[in-house]
Design a protein around this ligand. Structure first.
Ligand SMILES: Nc1ncnc2c1ncn2[C@@H]1O[C@H](COP(=O)(O)OP(=O)(O)OP(=O)(O)O)[C@@H](O)[C@H]1O
Ligand SMILES: [Mg+2]
Length: 355
């Protein structure tokens, strides 16, 4: 029956021998579906997993660093001897997979984060399928659904990892996960159907100007002109709507700057990544705590002027920092930035308003 209703489109492994992905097309609706296939545990392995989770929950501690796997292994051994169960090597691998997934990993959505083809992971609330943006098949509905509790604990885990507090006083959180993933959290206060999570992954290898030329985003003449402008101190503003590829183009252009140049970048959430030795990445800090300084892009632009960068880059120009930024450019600094706008006129309007 499975075979008749869906057509197999693609399949590959995400974790060798353990986790696979099967992409199918539903013949009726034409929808593409992304199915994560995780290890199926035997009864005995299931018992060991349940008990191990229980012990973990009670002890409520996990060693820091690389020792997690060793710790879990001895935990599993202890549980096995307590339950008088012997597991085969394959069964053990399965149990270990789930324990790692739910402790150091991101729970049920962990395979999505590990799949290099996936660029965005979208959790749109509890009890709804998680969607992904796949670099080959674009939007796909997955077979992963988080319950209310699972979503709640994932939010807590993510907020801890980005070092911000979830509270209804600050229902929108943005940050960078240790793996370099940009994440956006929206709590119930702003999202009536339940909390949402958007994770944007960075590509393993950043997109270069060569990639942009090969993909036809810009042609070689445009690329050469932009490079020439960059070398000769012409300032640039990259304008486009959400997800248009502004930051990607900015990053690719910055790669062309000669290696000894001093480059200061200012962002709310770090996305830009450069190989230059004199690259100074600055990030803003929103403070919720009295007595802890709130550091805005405006503050950082002012500081940057004093540390004499060859290039001053603002990841995204939004507010009052625009004024100091353009003042800086007028006084001879080289600057690059992006503005979120659908047209040049709209961008100019936004700049006038931000004054
Ligand atoms: N030329 C390209 N080829 C393939 N993927 C691309 C290309 N340019 C951008 N992307 C991908 O598209 C997504 C959005 O790109 P990017 O972050 O650069 O857009 P943006 O305009 O800065 O978005 P935002 O408005 O959210 O800041 C990223 O996942 C990026 O990897
Ligand atoms: Mg951007």
């Amino acid at each position: 029956m499975f075979k008749e209703e869906v057509e197999l489109i693609d399949e590959y492994e995400v974790i060798k021998g353990l986790v696979g992905v099967v992409i199918v097309r539903d013949r009726k609706t034409g929808l593409y579906l992304y199915n994560v296939i995780e290890p199926i545990l035997s009864d005995n392995a299931g018992k060991v997993l349940t008990k191990s989770r229980e012990v973990l929950r009670m002890s409520n501690k996990l060693p820091e660093g690389n020792d997690v796997e060793g710790y879990l292994r001895s935990l599993i051994n202890e549980v096995m001897s307590r339950l008088r169960i012997r597991l085969s090597d394959d069964e053990l691998k399965g149990v270990m997979y789930y324990l790692l997934r739910d402790t150091v990993g991101y729970g049920k959505i962990d395979p999505l984060i590990r799949d290099d083809y996936i660029e965005d992971v979208n959790v749109n609330g509890p009890n709804k399928p998680v969607y992904v943006w796949h670099s080959r098949y674009e939007h796909l509905r997955t077979n992963i659904i988080l319950s209310h509790d699972e979503l709640g604990s994932l939010i807590v885990k993510i907020s801890q990892r980005i070092g911000k507090n979830v509270s209804s006083a600050y229902p929108i959180l943005e940050g960078l996960l240790p793996e370099g993933l940009r994440v956006e959290l929206g709590l119930r206060d702003v999202s009536p159907y339940g909390p949402i999570i958007t994770i944007r992954k960075f590509r393993a290898n950043p997109i270069t100007v060569i990639d942009l030329i090969i993909d036809g985003v810009i042609n070689a003449e445009v690329a050469a002109t932009l490079w020439f402008m960059l070398e000769n101190g012409i300032n640039m503003v990259i304008i486009g709507p959400t997800g248009a590829g502004k930051t990607t183009l900015l990053n690719a252009l910055l790669f062309l700057i000669r290696p000894e140049a001093r480059i200061v970048t200012i962002e709310d959430t770090r996305e830009i990544n450069l190989p230059h030795e004199q690259w100074v990445p600055l990030v803003t800090r929103e403070s919720e705590t009295p007595g802890v300084q709130n550091v805005t892009a405006y503050d950082l632009v002012k500081v940057s002027m004093r540390i004499r960068p060859d290039y001053l880059v603002i990841g995204e120009l939004r507010g009052e920092e625009a004024y100091v930024f353009f003042q800086g450019l007028a006084s001879g600094h080289n600057g690059l930035t992006t503005i979120h706008a659908s047209s040049l006129n709209a961008a100019v309007r936004r700049l006038m308003l931000s004054r």
